[in-house]
Design a protein around this ligand. Structure first.
Ligand code: KG4
Ligand code: ZN
Length: 351
Protein backbone atom coordinates (compact mmCIF):
# COMPACT_ATOMS: atom_id res chain seq x y z
CA UNK A 1 0.00 0.00 0.00
CA UNK A 2 1.20 3.53 -0.80
CA UNK A 3 1.09 6.40 1.65
CA UNK A 4 -2.10 6.61 3.69
CA UNK A 5 -3.38 9.52 5.76
CA UNK A 6 -5.45 8.55 8.79
CA UNK A 7 -7.69 10.66 11.01
CA UNK A 8 -7.47 9.52 14.64
CA UNK A 9 -10.07 10.36 17.29
CA UNK A 10 -9.59 9.88 21.05
CA UNK A 11 -12.39 10.45 23.59
CA UNK A 12 -12.07 7.57 26.07
CA UNK A 13 -11.23 9.65 29.13
CA UNK A 14 -10.86 13.38 29.71
CA UNK A 15 -9.01 14.54 26.61
CA UNK A 16 -10.89 15.36 23.43
CA UNK A 17 -8.30 14.71 20.74
CA UNK A 18 -7.94 14.39 16.98
CA UNK A 19 -4.90 14.05 14.73
CA UNK A 20 -3.84 13.35 11.18
CA UNK A 21 -0.99 10.91 10.71
CA UNK A 22 0.59 9.69 7.46
CA UNK A 23 2.17 6.27 7.05
CA UNK A 24 4.37 5.61 4.03
CA UNK A 25 4.81 2.35 2.14
CA UNK A 26 7.88 1.37 4.18
CA UNK A 27 6.01 1.82 7.45
CA UNK A 28 7.35 5.19 8.55
CA UNK A 29 4.90 7.51 10.25
CA UNK A 30 4.61 11.27 10.28
CA UNK A 31 2.37 13.36 12.51
CA UNK A 32 0.68 16.00 10.35
CA UNK A 33 -1.32 17.49 13.23
CA UNK A 34 -2.16 16.52 16.80
CA UNK A 35 -4.80 18.56 18.64
CA UNK A 36 -5.69 17.82 22.26
CA UNK A 37 -8.18 19.62 24.44
CA UNK A 38 -7.88 18.57 28.06
CA UNK A 39 -11.00 18.83 30.20
CA UNK A 40 -9.09 19.72 33.38
CA UNK A 41 -11.24 22.79 34.00
CA UNK A 42 -14.53 20.88 33.71
CA UNK A 43 -13.49 18.36 36.36
CA UNK A 44 -11.27 20.47 38.62
CA UNK A 45 -13.98 21.19 41.21
CA UNK A 46 -14.71 17.45 41.61
CA UNK A 47 -11.15 16.24 42.20
CA UNK A 48 -11.44 13.64 39.44
CA UNK A 49 -13.03 12.87 36.10
CA UNK A 50 -16.85 12.88 36.13
CA UNK A 51 -17.92 10.53 33.30
CA UNK A 52 -21.17 12.32 32.39
CA UNK A 53 -19.45 15.72 32.24
CA UNK A 54 -16.65 14.22 30.17
CA UNK A 55 -19.08 12.79 27.61
CA UNK A 56 -20.89 16.11 27.28
CA UNK A 57 -17.65 18.04 26.81
CA UNK A 58 -16.59 15.57 24.08
CA UNK A 59 -19.91 16.26 22.31
CA UNK A 60 -19.38 20.01 22.63
CA UNK A 61 -15.78 20.10 21.37
CA UNK A 62 -15.01 17.10 19.15
CA UNK A 63 -16.17 18.66 15.86
CA UNK A 64 -13.98 21.72 16.44
CA UNK A 65 -11.00 19.60 17.40
CA UNK A 66 -11.32 17.51 14.21
CA UNK A 67 -11.63 20.71 12.14
CA UNK A 68 -8.54 22.13 13.82
CA UNK A 69 -6.60 18.92 13.13
CA UNK A 70 -7.47 19.11 9.43
CA UNK A 71 -6.69 22.83 9.24
CA UNK A 72 -3.30 22.45 10.94
CA UNK A 73 -2.37 19.63 8.57
CA UNK A 74 -3.67 21.54 5.55
CA UNK A 75 -5.71 18.50 4.55
CA UNK A 76 -9.44 18.33 3.91
CA UNK A 77 -11.48 15.55 5.50
CA UNK A 78 -12.27 14.21 2.02
CA UNK A 79 -8.55 13.53 1.42
CA UNK A 80 -8.27 11.24 4.44
CA UNK A 81 -7.88 7.53 3.62
CA UNK A 82 -9.46 6.09 6.78
CA UNK A 83 -11.03 7.12 10.07
CA UNK A 84 -9.72 5.59 13.29
CA UNK A 85 -11.33 6.09 16.69
CA UNK A 86 -10.84 4.64 20.14
CA UNK A 87 -13.62 2.05 20.54
CA UNK A 88 -12.60 1.09 24.10
CA UNK A 89 -11.62 0.46 26.80
CA UNK A 90 -12.67 3.63 28.62
CA UNK A 91 -15.55 5.68 29.94
CA UNK A 92 -18.35 4.39 27.76
CA UNK A 93 -20.14 7.71 27.19
CA UNK A 94 -16.99 9.34 25.86
CA UNK A 95 -16.02 6.34 23.74
CA UNK A 96 -19.50 6.42 22.18
CA UNK A 97 -19.09 10.08 21.22
CA UNK A 98 -15.80 9.52 19.40
CA UNK A 99 -16.73 6.22 17.79
CA UNK A 100 -20.12 7.47 16.58
CA UNK A 101 -18.50 10.58 15.10
CA UNK A 102 -15.93 8.40 13.33
CA UNK A 103 -18.68 6.17 11.94
CA UNK A 104 -20.59 9.19 10.63
CA UNK A 105 -17.51 10.57 8.87
CA UNK A 106 -16.59 7.14 7.46
CA UNK A 107 -20.14 6.58 6.20
CA UNK A 108 -20.43 10.07 4.69
CA UNK A 109 -17.07 9.82 2.88
CA UNK A 110 -17.26 6.13 2.03
CA UNK A 111 -13.91 5.54 3.79
CA UNK A 112 -12.92 2.63 6.04
CA UNK A 113 -13.50 2.77 9.79
CA UNK A 114 -10.84 1.39 12.12
CA UNK A 115 -12.08 0.66 15.66
CA UNK A 116 -8.95 1.07 17.79
CA UNK A 117 -8.23 -0.47 21.17
CA UNK A 118 -6.91 2.42 23.30
CA UNK A 119 -4.27 0.15 24.83
CA UNK A 120 -3.04 -0.89 21.39
CA UNK A 121 -2.71 2.80 20.52
CA UNK A 122 -0.43 3.28 23.57
CA UNK A 123 1.43 0.08 22.69
CA UNK A 124 2.25 1.04 19.08
CA UNK A 125 3.20 4.70 19.69
CA UNK A 126 6.90 3.88 20.01
CA UNK A 127 6.85 2.58 16.43
CA UNK A 128 5.65 6.00 15.29
CA UNK A 129 8.09 8.01 17.43
CA UNK A 130 11.14 5.73 17.46
CA UNK A 131 10.48 3.19 14.72
CA UNK A 132 10.95 0.27 17.13
CA UNK A 133 10.60 -3.25 15.74
CA UNK A 134 8.65 -6.20 17.18
CA UNK A 135 8.89 -7.89 19.61
CA UNK A 136 9.18 -5.60 22.63
CA UNK A 137 7.92 -5.27 26.15
CA UNK A 138 5.57 -2.43 27.02
CA UNK A 139 5.06 -1.00 30.48
CA UNK A 140 1.81 0.96 30.37
CA UNK A 141 1.40 3.19 33.42
CA UNK A 142 -1.50 5.62 33.22
CA UNK A 143 -4.46 6.79 35.28
CA UNK A 144 -6.42 3.68 34.33
CA UNK A 145 -3.80 0.97 33.69
CA UNK A 146 -0.58 -0.52 35.02
CA UNK A 147 0.46 -3.46 32.89
CA UNK A 148 3.37 -5.29 31.35
CA UNK A 149 2.47 -6.41 27.84
CA UNK A 150 4.57 -8.42 25.40
CA UNK A 151 4.01 -6.80 22.01
CA UNK A 152 4.62 -9.48 19.37
CA UNK A 153 3.01 -7.66 16.45
CA UNK A 154 0.03 -5.51 15.52
CA UNK A 155 -2.96 -7.13 17.21
CA UNK A 156 -0.75 -9.72 18.87
CA UNK A 157 -0.28 -9.17 22.60
CA UNK A 158 0.30 -11.16 25.77
CA UNK A 159 -0.34 -9.52 29.11
CA UNK A 160 2.35 -10.52 31.57
CA UNK A 161 1.14 -8.54 34.56
CA UNK A 162 -1.36 -5.99 35.73
CA UNK A 163 -2.47 -4.23 38.90
CA UNK A 164 -4.68 -6.10 41.29
CA UNK A 165 -6.14 -2.85 42.65
CA UNK A 166 -5.24 0.79 41.78
CA UNK A 167 -3.44 1.93 38.65
CA UNK A 168 -0.14 3.74 39.27
CA UNK A 169 -1.45 7.09 38.00
CA UNK A 170 -4.47 6.63 40.22
CA UNK A 171 -2.16 6.05 43.21
CA UNK A 172 -0.35 9.31 42.35
CA UNK A 173 -3.69 11.13 42.02
CA UNK A 174 -5.12 9.79 45.29
CA UNK A 175 -1.93 10.49 47.22
CA UNK A 176 -1.79 14.01 45.80
CA UNK A 177 -5.41 14.57 46.81
CA UNK A 178 -4.66 13.36 50.34
CA UNK A 179 -1.79 15.88 50.49
CA UNK A 180 -4.06 18.62 49.05
CA UNK A 181 -1.80 18.98 46.02
CA UNK A 182 -4.63 19.23 43.48
CA UNK A 183 -5.63 17.37 40.33
CA UNK A 184 -4.14 15.84 38.21
CA UNK A 185 -1.96 14.66 41.01
CA UNK A 186 1.02 13.13 39.20
CA UNK A 187 2.79 16.30 38.09
CA UNK A 188 1.85 18.13 41.34
CA UNK A 189 3.19 15.29 43.46
CA UNK A 190 6.41 15.12 41.44
CA UNK A 191 6.92 18.87 41.95
CA UNK A 192 6.33 18.61 45.71
CA UNK A 193 8.60 15.57 45.94
CA UNK A 194 11.50 17.48 44.39
CA UNK A 195 11.67 19.54 47.64
CA UNK A 196 11.38 16.56 49.97
CA UNK A 197 13.45 13.86 51.66
CA UNK A 198 12.71 10.49 50.02
CA UNK A 199 14.20 8.60 52.96
CA UNK A 200 12.13 10.10 55.78
CA UNK A 201 9.35 7.52 55.54
CA UNK A 202 9.59 3.85 54.70
CA UNK A 203 6.36 2.76 53.02
CA UNK A 204 5.36 -0.85 52.25
CA UNK A 205 6.04 -2.41 48.88
CA UNK A 206 3.16 -4.86 48.42
CA UNK A 207 3.74 -8.08 46.43
CA UNK A 208 7.37 -7.17 45.86
CA UNK A 209 8.75 -10.40 47.29
CA UNK A 210 6.68 -12.44 44.87
CA UNK A 211 7.89 -13.39 41.40
CA UNK A 212 4.64 -12.48 39.63
CA UNK A 213 4.71 -9.37 37.45
CA UNK A 214 1.61 -7.83 39.05
CA UNK A 215 1.32 -4.56 40.95
CA UNK A 216 -0.64 -3.58 44.04
CA UNK A 217 -0.78 0.02 45.20
CA UNK A 218 -3.73 0.20 47.56
CA UNK A 219 -1.78 -0.89 50.69
CA UNK A 220 0.77 1.80 49.95
CA UNK A 221 -2.00 4.35 49.64
CA UNK A 222 -3.37 3.34 53.07
CA UNK A 223 0.09 3.53 54.64
CA UNK A 224 0.55 7.04 53.28
CA UNK A 225 -2.86 8.06 54.61
CA UNK A 226 -2.11 6.71 58.11
CA UNK A 227 1.26 8.49 58.16
CA UNK A 228 -0.36 11.76 57.07
CA UNK A 229 -3.14 11.43 59.65
CA UNK A 230 -0.58 10.77 62.38
CA UNK A 231 1.34 13.94 61.53
CA UNK A 232 -1.67 16.22 60.94
CA UNK A 233 -1.67 19.17 60.63
CA UNK A 234 0.94 18.70 57.90
CA UNK A 235 3.68 21.27 57.37
CA UNK A 236 4.98 21.97 53.86
CA UNK A 237 8.04 19.93 54.79
CA UNK A 238 5.87 16.96 55.83
CA UNK A 239 4.00 17.11 52.52
CA UNK A 240 7.23 17.26 50.51
CA UNK A 241 8.79 14.41 52.49
CA UNK A 242 5.72 12.20 52.17
CA UNK A 243 5.52 12.94 48.43
CA UNK A 244 9.23 12.19 47.96
CA UNK A 245 9.04 8.99 50.02
CA UNK A 246 5.93 7.81 48.13
CA UNK A 247 7.56 8.53 44.79
CA UNK A 248 10.79 6.77 45.74
CA UNK A 249 8.77 3.74 46.85
CA UNK A 250 6.76 3.41 43.64
CA UNK A 251 9.89 4.02 41.55
CA UNK A 252 11.56 1.12 43.34
CA UNK A 253 8.49 -1.12 42.87
CA UNK A 254 8.38 -0.33 39.15
CA UNK A 255 12.13 -0.86 38.75
CA UNK A 256 12.09 -4.26 40.50
CA UNK A 257 9.16 -5.41 38.34
CA UNK A 258 10.79 -4.10 35.17
CA UNK A 259 13.92 -6.10 35.94
CA UNK A 260 11.84 -9.27 36.39
CA UNK A 261 9.92 -8.59 33.17
CA UNK A 262 13.13 -7.99 31.19
CA UNK A 263 14.64 -11.19 32.59
CA UNK A 264 11.53 -13.07 31.46
CA UNK A 265 11.83 -11.45 28.03
CA UNK A 266 15.46 -12.60 27.76
CA UNK A 267 14.45 -16.13 28.81
CA UNK A 268 11.46 -16.49 26.53
CA UNK A 269 12.71 -14.58 23.49
CA UNK A 270 16.39 -15.49 23.24
CA UNK A 271 18.00 -13.88 20.23
CA UNK A 272 16.11 -10.62 20.71
CA UNK A 273 17.71 -7.74 22.58
CA UNK A 274 15.29 -6.91 25.40
CA UNK A 275 13.50 -3.67 24.61
CA UNK A 276 11.27 -1.89 27.12
CA UNK A 277 8.85 0.75 25.89
CA UNK A 278 7.13 2.93 28.49
CA UNK A 279 3.70 4.40 27.76
CA UNK A 280 0.99 6.31 29.62
CA UNK A 281 1.00 9.57 31.56
CA UNK A 282 3.16 8.29 34.44
CA UNK A 283 6.01 7.76 31.91
CA UNK A 284 6.60 11.51 32.33
CA UNK A 285 7.80 10.98 35.92
CA UNK A 286 11.56 11.54 36.07
CA UNK A 287 12.23 9.48 39.20
CA UNK A 288 10.45 6.47 37.73
CA UNK A 289 12.23 7.05 34.42
CA UNK A 290 15.62 7.15 36.14
CA UNK A 291 14.87 3.86 37.92
CA UNK A 292 13.89 2.22 34.62
CA UNK A 293 17.03 3.54 32.90
CA UNK A 294 19.19 2.04 35.66
CA UNK A 295 17.49 -1.36 35.22
CA UNK A 296 17.88 -1.16 31.44
CA UNK A 297 21.60 -0.39 31.82
CA UNK A 298 22.08 -3.23 34.29
CA UNK A 299 20.29 -5.80 32.16
CA UNK A 300 21.63 -4.68 28.77
CA UNK A 301 18.14 -3.74 27.63
CA UNK A 302 17.13 -0.78 25.53
CA UNK A 303 14.66 1.70 27.04
CA UNK A 304 12.37 3.82 24.85
CA UNK A 305 10.17 6.54 26.33
CA UNK A 306 8.19 8.50 23.72
CA UNK A 307 7.85 12.27 24.35
CA UNK A 308 5.34 13.07 27.15
CA UNK A 309 2.78 14.59 24.75
CA UNK A 310 2.57 11.21 22.99
CA UNK A 311 2.63 9.16 26.22
CA UNK A 312 -0.52 10.84 27.52
CA UNK A 313 -3.79 10.38 25.65
CA UNK A 314 -3.78 11.93 22.17
CA UNK A 315 -5.22 11.46 18.70
CA UNK A 316 -1.93 10.72 16.92
CA UNK A 317 -1.52 7.40 18.72
CA UNK A 318 -5.03 6.37 17.66
CA UNK A 319 -4.43 7.45 14.05
CA UNK A 320 -1.13 5.54 14.02
CA UNK A 321 -2.69 2.34 15.42
CA UNK A 322 -5.37 2.73 12.75
CA UNK A 323 -2.68 3.15 10.08
CA UNK A 324 -0.84 0.04 11.23
CA UNK A 325 -4.05 -2.01 11.15
CA UNK A 326 -5.14 -0.59 7.80
CA UNK A 327 -1.76 -1.44 6.27
CA UNK A 328 -2.43 -5.08 7.22
CA UNK A 329 -5.82 -4.96 5.55
CA UNK A 330 -7.95 -4.51 8.67
CA UNK A 331 -11.13 -2.44 8.71
CA UNK A 332 -14.19 -2.59 10.93
CA UNK A 333 -17.89 -2.71 10.37
CA UNK A 334 -19.97 0.39 11.09
CA UNK A 335 -21.86 -1.76 13.61
CA UNK A 336 -18.75 -2.11 15.81
CA UNK A 337 -19.95 -1.46 19.40
CA UNK A 338 -18.12 0.70 21.93
CA UNK A 339 -16.59 -1.27 24.81
CA UNK A 340 -16.02 -0.19 28.41
CA UNK A 341 -13.65 -3.15 28.87
CA UNK A 342 -11.41 -4.58 26.17
CA UNK A 343 -8.21 -6.42 27.19
CA UNK A 344 -5.31 -6.28 24.74
CA UNK A 345 -5.06 -10.06 24.54
CA UNK A 346 -8.68 -10.40 23.43
CA UNK A 347 -8.67 -12.83 20.46
CA UNK A 348 -10.58 -10.35 18.28
CA UNK A 349 -7.60 -8.00 18.34
CA UNK A 350 -5.88 -10.36 15.89
CA UNK A 351 -5.82 -9.39 12.24
O1 KG4 B 1 -2.14 8.36 30.00
P1 KG4 B 1 -2.85 9.43 30.75
O2 KG4 B 1 -2.75 10.83 30.25
O3 KG4 B 1 -4.38 9.14 30.85
C1 KG4 B 1 -4.92 7.90 31.07
O4 KG4 B 1 -5.06 7.56 32.27
O5 KG4 B 1 -5.19 7.18 30.07
O6 KG4 B 1 -2.32 9.35 32.25
C2 KG4 B 1 -2.75 10.24 33.24
C3 KG4 B 1 -2.14 9.82 34.55
C4 KG4 B 1 -2.69 10.59 35.74
O7 KG4 B 1 -2.98 9.69 36.78
C5 KG4 B 1 -1.54 11.54 36.11
O8 KG4 B 1 -1.53 11.89 37.47
C6 KG4 B 1 -0.34 10.69 35.75
O9 KG4 B 1 -0.71 10.05 34.54
N1 KG4 B 1 0.86 11.51 35.56
C7 KG4 B 1 1.96 11.44 36.32
C8 KG4 B 1 2.84 12.44 35.86
N2 KG4 B 1 2.25 13.08 34.80
C9 KG4 B 1 1.04 12.49 34.63
N3 KG4 B 1 2.25 10.63 37.35
C10 KG4 B 1 3.45 10.81 37.93
N4 KG4 B 1 4.34 11.75 37.56
C11 KG4 B 1 4.09 12.59 36.54
N5 KG4 B 1 4.98 13.52 36.18
ZN1 ZN C 1 -4.49 6.25 27.88
Amino acid sequence: QAQAVILGIETSCDETAAALVARDASGNGKILSNVVRSQLDEHAAFGGVVPELAARAHVAFLDHIIEAACRQAGIGLAEVDAIAATAGPGLIGGVLVGLTTAKAIAAALGKPLIAVNHLEAHALTARLTDGVAFPYLMLLVSGGHSQFVLVRGVGDYARWGTTIDDALGEAFDKTAKLLSLGHPGGPALEAAASQGNPRRFRFPRPLLREERLDFSFSGLKTAVRLEAEGLAPLTDKDVADIAASFQATVAEIVAVRARQALERFARELPGHRPLLVVAGGVAANRTIGAGLQRIADETGAELVVPPPALCTDNGAMVAWAGAERLALGAADDLSFAARARWPLDDPDMRI
